[in-house]
Design a protein around this ligand. Sequence first.
Ligand SMILES: O=P(O)(O)OC[C@H]1O[C@H](OP(=O)(O)OP(=O)(O)O)[C@H](O)[C@@H]1O
Ligand SMILES: Nc1ncnc2[nH]cnc12
Length: 170
Amino acid sequence: MDLKSKIREIENFPKEGISFKDITTLLKDRNAFSYAVNKIVDDLKDKEIDYVVGPEARGFLMGAAVAYALGVGFIPVRKPGKLPSKTTRLDYELEYGTDSLEIHSDAISQGDKIAIVDDLLATGGTVRAVAELIESLGGEIAAMEFLIELEDLNGRDKLDGYHINSLVNY
Ligand SMILES: O=P(O)(O)OC[C@H]1O[C@H](OP(=O)(O)OP(=O)(O)O)[C@H](O)[C@@H]1O
Ligand SMILES: Nc1ncnc2[nH]cnc12
């Protein structure tokens, strides 16, 4: 399956100079969507994952599907002010701006084995923030899984020591 051919590239969105990787075209294609989810599940099968964590918003799309297919629960990480119970918060940098993320403080217990799933690895700022949130609650990051990796942005350099898997590289 040529997953790259299912991803639409939009130049200069949302800002001049950004080549936006639009996964809506892949998600709409049932064969491509299930192939991508199953590839990530294959990489996670032997890792005894307790939960998948996915960051808003596109991380929900891939993360919840992977969690369901793997047979584990899903934990959302959200932008500030969206989660209703007590939260733990962290600030982080994006390829195009800065943002903050929150997780429910009681969502993870000491020693839980976590797979972080997101649609895309760019600078690595988001996934590093998500990893820090999880680890601050006692969780262990068993894997970081991405549909897309933008290699020129060197996100992996920020993520030393973690198992990282991506399906489509630019
Ligand atoms: O590696 P990084 O440089 O941190 O970039 C990757 C992140 O950026 C995008 O999310 P975005 O914050 O645009 O939010 P969205 O999913 O709500 O569109 C993408 O879905 C990743 O989560
Ligand atoms: N180039 C890009 N395309 C889609 N999502 C992104 N998130 C960060 N950089 C991105």
